[in-house]
Design a protein around this ligand. Structure first.
Ligand code: PMP
Length: 363
């Protein structure tokens, strides 16, 4: 039977039929360094205080769709300029989806750099939009002239720039991002998922450009399980996006828990500081291993390239030793033989380094 002869083939859009579902590997039992999570929990007294607050949460009621207390806390803790609007998403993934849904129309383009966060491309596909990934240059540098030329050619409705970028870990020069914002015909989303580990941010630039919004998440900060992203920017844009946000997208447990966690943000900031420190230790240890190319990082992960043709073998060898990282080798091209490791606890990083030295030595 031909695909078009089945009910599913007849009705599910060809663009969706061609997609593969987002795959998350089973990490049970592994030293888990694959997903840019913060490896730390909270001190027991903080856990007790949090659980005590949850007693008052009314599970029988719908959440407040405006999440006022959480937004107020986020504004204060993140330092969002008072004249800018904020909307929340069930993870920043949902915000990407809301933005793309608002701008989608036949023939319209979503643009980013290549390689970058895969959800930009995937969600553009969900909405039947065209996606253009402008290749990064040598050592994953932003080719700003090439990017501006590509914008002139494709007139993207929206540009996503991850600042720092995933999976490469580098942060593009601020002047280059500013040049992109100024030359863009439509919206520019500066995605600051890794802000807790980076030396710069565009949050303070909101209001300087009519087409700039800044997206962040609490995921890498130690709250990945809550699923909370936030978008800040001019009310003109955000009031349109808010129409597409499902009314109860931030559930009562997330509203209460994230508000509590952000009121104790010092704990999260101390954890981020430890991760930044350990990133330096891990970068030095990786750089000392012969045969690796290690890329600089302002995120909580490090990208590195193993000798030619060894990517899949090294990834599997690490897995066999009980350490799960991210294998980018199957994507090929500029990511051939590239692996990405999240900075974990010092003892997890040591286990990873020991396993990696063993696997490389046995090649
Ligand atoms: N942006 C970037 C650049 C990311 O790397 C990620 C997650 N890996 C996200 C957004 C999504 O984050 P979340 O949905 O957990 O908020």
């Amino acid at each position: 039977m031909k695909d078009a002869d089945t009910l599913v083939g007849q009705w599910v859009r060809p663009g969706i039929r061609a997609l593969a579902a987002y795959h998350v590997p089973d990490a049970t039992g592994f030293v888990k360094l694959d997903a840019m999570e913060n490896p730390y929990h909270w001190p027991p007294e903080l856990v007790d205080a949090w659980l005590a607050q949850l007693r008052d949460v009314e599970l029988n009621r719908y959440p407040d769709p405006r999440s006022p207390q959480l937004i107020e806390t986020l504004r204060r803790v993140a330092g969002i300029p008072a004249d800018q609007s904020v909307i929340l998403g069930n993870g920043s993934d949902e915000l990407i989806q809301v933005i793309i849904m608002a701008l989608a129309a036949p023939g319209r383009v979503v643009m980013s750099v290549e390689p970058s966060f895969v959800m930009y491309r995937m969600i553009a596909g969900y909405a039947d939009m065209a996606y253009v990934g402008v290749p990064l240059g040598e050592d994953f540098a932003l080719d700003v002239d090439g990017f501006i030329r590509a914008m002139q050619e494709h007139q993207p409705a929206v540009v996503f720039l991850a600042y720092p970028n995933n999976p490469t870990g580098n942060r593009f020069p601020r002047e280059d991002v500013e040049a992109v914002i100024q030359a863009a015909p439509g919206l520019v989303v500066v995605d600051e998922a890794y802000a807790p580990f980076a030396d710069d941010s565009f949050l303070k630039d909101l209001g300087r450009y009519p087409n700039l919004v800044v997206m962040r998440t609490v995921s890498k900060q130690g709250l990945a399980g809550l699923r909370l992203g936030y978008l800040s920017g001019p009310a003109e844009w955000l009031s349109e996006f808010d129409k597409l946000r499902l009314p109860y997208n931030i559930n009562v447990l997330t509203q209460a828990s994230a508000t509590f966690a952000l009121e104790h943000h010092q704990v999260l900031e101390d954890q981020a500081r430890a991760i930044r420190h350990d990133r330096g230790v891990l970068l030095d240890a990786l750089a000392a291993l012969p045969g690796l190319k290690v890329y600089p990082s302002e995120a909580n992960f490090i990208l590195f390239r193993v000798p030619q043709g060894q990517g899949n073998r090294v990834f599997q060898g690490l897995k066999d030793a009980g350490v799960l990282i991210k294998n980018l080798s199957p994507q090929g091209g500029v990511l051939a033989d590239c692996l990405r490791v999240t900075v974990g606890r010092p003892e997890e990083n040591a286990r990873f380094m020991e396993a990696l030295a063993g696997v490389l030595g046995s090649g």
